[in-house]
Design a protein around this ligand. Structure first.
Ligand SMILES: Cc1cc2nc3c(=O)[nH]c(=O)nc-3n(C[C@H](O)[C@H](O)[C@H](O)COP(=O)(O)OP(=O)(O)OC[C@H]3O[C@@H](n4cnc5c(N)ncnc54)[C@H](O)[C@@H]3O)c2cc1C
Length: 401
């Protein structure tokens, strides 16, 4: 493994850093305070190539490798989690899934406009009564001629009120639904414009306030059979595949959040004095800052390894899960300590660390809670779980930078 980033990677890192620092950082406090998702950022992200990053050029994307996707996520979350969430759902969970599992017709109709940022996409798995337990979803899709009629409700969906297309998971086999046999689940592309589709925003959320999170209602939504992704019965596998890509973006993003906590803490520790000295010269403060650095470097190595495996077209569920679990847990430690280092000022939104503290918790919960990831890692070690090759895998990167 080569630990050096290429010039192309550095350039991307630099341009995302400059854009987010210039266009979002000065306004993020206000966007967060007013719970505003700023749609005007989407065309700007599209013109930077971010909305089609890691999607091959033949499908309208930027054709960058998977490390580039991680680097962009790290830089975006350095400024605010809401920016990284856009890449997580639009690119990680949705577009890369269509790239691997979609038909050529689906790629032409959905992946290309998504990669070009003309359409925004998200991922609809979670429901009011089923999150970790994805087999517990209640949404059903009933075949009727050349269409599927989908009825159900999705909850806690990022970009629920923003996205044009949603990858929706539903039971197509009612017997298997009763038996909780995941081979009875299927995946569909559902457009916002389909009759019977509606959405709303969750207004009581207390983190990622500059992001949009909501619910979807599917009231006998007729979906043409051409919008079935993969084969009937492959929905659960597709959801797990999508999470391999989404978790990668979450891991890289949480790593950016640790760096943001570290930088804010270092700056404050050099400026604030107690007992006649900068607080940075107190050993217990140094300890917290040093831990942020070790967590940052370790989290970064873990997501880089996962991206490197993706570039090589190798299975990475185990490594990506570990990267996501470690980075999000470490980001929670870093944000807690950053608030502590800021004293009472950390308890106020005048400083960014309070926002980091609120934002980091979401990532510990979504895309597999901490507990689910612990179980996964232990099960690999105990031999209770192994990854079998999937019918469709993420394509290796042909032209590495
Ligand atoms: C900000 C935000 C954005 C989100 N965006 C999306 C999105 O775009 N699309 C989408 O589909 N979903 C999304 N989610 C939903 C998210 O994926 C779920 O919240 C998550 O999977 C956890 O499910 P749950 O909330 O139902 O918790 P539960 O599954 O009910 O878990 C509750 C608690 O029980 C624990 N637990 C559950 N099962 C076990 C077990 N077997 N062993 C040990 N402990 C267990 C959990 O770890 C947790 O601590 C989002 C959530 C948030 C907060």
């Amino acid at each position: 493994m080569d630990f050096d980033l290429t010039d192309e990677h550095r350039l991307l890192e630099q341009s995302v850093r400059e854009w987010a620092g210039r266009e979002v950082a000065p306004r993020i406090r206000e966007l967060d305070r007013t719970h505003t998702f700023d749609r005007r950022l989407l065309p700007q992200m599209a013109s930077l190539g971010l909305l089609g990053i890691s999607v091959p050029e033949q499908y309208g994307g930027s054709g960058m490798d998977y490390l580039s996707l991680g680097l962009a996520c790290e830089e975006l979350e350095y400024v605010d989690t809401s920016l990284r969430v856009i890449l997580s759902v639009h690119v990680g969970l949705n577009s890369l899934t269509l790239l691997s599992w979609g038909t050529e017709d689906q790629k032409a109709r959905y992946l290309v406009p998504q990669a070009q940022g003309e359409r925004i996409a998200t991922f609809g798995l979670t429901e009011p009564a089923a999150g970790s337990d994805a087999r517990g979803i209640q949404t059903v899709a009933v075949k009727n001629g050349d269409r599927y009629v989908i009825t159900g409700e999705k909850m806690w969906i990022s970009l629920a009120d923003v996205a044009d297309h949603v990858l929706v998971f539903a039971w197509t086999d009612q017997v298997k639904k009763k038996e909780r046999d995941p081979s009875g689940m299927s995946a569909f592309i559902v457009e916002r414009s389909f009759p019977g589709f509606s959405s709303g925003t969750l207004t009581e959320k207390w983190g990622i306030l500059a992001g949009n999170t909501g619910f979807l209602k599917l009231d006998e939504v007729e979906v043409p059979e051409e919008n079935l992704v993969g084969r009937e019965g492959e929905g659960f596998k597709i959801a797990m595949f999508a999470l391999d890509q989404g978790r990668f973006t979450v891991a890289a993003g949480a790593t950016g959040l640790i760096r943001a906590c570290r930088d804010a803490s270092v700056a404050y520790a050099k400026q604030r004095k107690t007992f006649g000295v900068e607080i940075g010269s107190h050993q217990l403060v140094k300890e917290m800052i040093a831990a942020m650095e070790s967590d940052y470097q370790a989290a970064r190595l873990l997501w880089l390894r996962s991206g490197w495996l993706k570039n090589a077209g190798r299975r990475n569920t185990r490594e990506t899960g570990l990267a996501k679990w470690f980075a999000t847990s470490a980001s929670e430690r870093a944000a807690g300590d950053a608030v502590e280092i800021h004293g009472a000022n950390g308890y106020s939104d005048e400083y960014p660390v309070g926002r980091f503290y609120r934002n980091c918790k979401g990532a510990v919960i979504y895309e597999g809670t901490r507990e689910i990831h612990k179980i996964m890692q232990a099960d690999y070690l105990l031999g209770y779980r192994e990854d079998r090759p999937s019918r469709c895998e993420l394509p290796a990167v042909e032209r590495l930078p």
